[in-house]
Design a protein around this ligand. Structure first.
Ligand SMILES: Nc1ncnc2c1ncn2[C@@H]1O[C@H](COP(=O)(O)OP(=O)(O)OP(=O)(O)O)[C@@H](O)[C@H]1O
Ligand SMILES: [Mg+2]
Length: 404
């Protein structure tokens, strides 16, 4: 039976809509450019994907995306990371063309695409629910986007073999999706998004259904493929480890806005506000008021009267309320490793947890009972007991005074 004679009624409409968009011709956009259809190509390679002051409201009242500005160079792997409902999928859907922006422009390779339908955008997509055609074999699923483009049988077969080879699924070409595991289906979905060699691939939580081991393996596979093939990728996840390990840059979303857009290391080491500091990795937070501020250094009087050192990030003058943020691995319990002028703070050990490669000590610090100190398991490192009274401190540059 030809796949095109099939009845698609049993496939959820939304999947069908996505699948069809995935498979249609990206060359059409190029042809449109060649024919000069009011599209102006650009050679600004750092602006391959651009969101320019984009806003989105579904109901005409509430903005779920608020003034989004984002510019991606060709070949970049960018991840949108954020809590549920923060607007990540909405941004992806606008870029793919399944939703329209309420305000602003979206440009792909210099061309405004607000009014170009999804199937003309030349974008490959991978979704959490795979969206494979259940009645087709794996080979037919991959062949579909190529056949729609009028590609001949032998060229099609070569491309299918190559794409399945990329995800190590060549041996499954004659099976149907229901005869594959979740991870295998996910690989096929990835191969189908790549088979027509799109320049831009969008992935919305593609690994959500996989177990930890397979997920980590696929993270590696996806980044390797994206880099090897030079594909520009927009990846959506709410898993911060995934975002940090896979991406060239991460856009942290909250409440319809990008809170920070930076390479993983910057995001982890230099969060620009309290939301990002709390969302990425583990952070101790202590509230207080800026007491002195001098260039790169400030002191903060915590609410229980303790004085600590910090780097002013989101504060500009004495008297401002602030939340200081310090990573557990940057807390120091050996004063000899700190500057002689560093302020030391009293802490009480509430819990000492042996974690194999690291020791994790939960402390009561300035009234906060969830203050965590973490350090490497080494011969010369202390092993504390519950109830021990110790002194801790940190380098001012490791402690960031952020918005309260
Ligand atoms: N079709 C729609 N109609 C109305 N509101 C919508 C629609 N789709 C999404 N929303 C709303 O827009 C906001 C952003 O949703 P979106 O799906 O973009 O979030 P998300 O960041 O992808 O979340 P998640 O991590 O849960 O997938 C939410 O408040 C959501 O309820
Ligand atoms: Mg989503």
């Amino acid at each position: 039976m030809s796949p095109f004679a099939a009845n698609f009624d049993h496939i959820p409409k939304i999947s069908l809509k996505y699948c069809c968009a995935v498979v249609l011709l990206n060359a059409r956009t190029r042809i449109a450019v060649q024919q000069g259809e009011n599209l102006v190509p650009t050679d600004r390679s750092d602006e391959f994907v651009v969101f320019d002051s984009v806003q989105k409201s579904y109901d005409g009242e509430i903005l779920v995306v608020k003034d989004l500005n984002l510019s991606m160079p060709k070949g970049e792997f960018l991840t949108m990371l954020g809590p549920s409902g923060s607007g990540k999928t909405t941004c992806l859907m606008m870029l793919a063309g399944f939703e329209t922006a309420t305000h602003g422009d979206i440009r792909l390779d210099g061309k405004p695409i607000n009014n170009i339908p999804p199937h003309k955008r030349g974008i490959g997509m991978v979704f959490q629910n795979y969206a494979l055609f259940p009645h087709m074999t794996i080979g037919e699923n991959l062949g579909f986007p190529l056949e729609v483009r009028g590609m001949g049988k032998s060229e099609r077969e070569a491309k299918i073999t190559r794409a399945l080879g990329m995800v190590q699924m060549e041996d499954f070409v004659n099976r149907r999706p229901a005869q594959l595991s979740g991870g295998q289906q996910q690989r096929v979905a990835l191969a189908r998004a790549l088979v027509f060699e799109p320049e831009l691939v969008l992935m919305d939580e593609p690994l959500g259904a996989l177990d930890k081991q397979l997920r980590e393996h696929m993270q590696f596979e996806i980044t390797r493929l994206a880099h090897d093939l030079g594909i520009t990728t927009v990846y959506v996840t709410h898993d911060q480890t995934e975002a940090l390990t896979m991406s060239d840059r991460v856009a942290v979303f909250n409440d319809g806005r990008i809170q920070q857009l930076a390479p993983p290391e910057d995001l982890y080491e230099r969060p620009e506000n309290s939301f990002v500091a709390q969302f990425i990795g583990e952070n101790n937070k202590l509230d207080g008021v800026v007491e002195t501020i001098n260039g790169e250094h400030c002191t903060v009087r915590l609410d229980d009267g303790t004085l600590v050192d910090a780097q002013p990030v989101n504060v500009s003058q004495a008297g401002e309320r602030t939340r200081v943020s310090i990573r557990p691995e940057r807390v120091e319990s050996n004063p000899e490793r700190l500057h002689p002028d560093a302020h030391l703070i009293d802490a009480e050990v509430l819990e000492f947890i042996y974690m194999g490669d690291t020791f994790r000590t939960r402390l009561r610090v300035a009234g906060n009972q969830d203050f965590v100190m973490k350090y490497r398991n080494a011969q010369d490192q202390p092993r504390y007991q519950k109830g021990d009274k110790i002194r801790i401190g940190w380098r001012p540059e490791d402690c960031r005074a952020l918005d309260a």
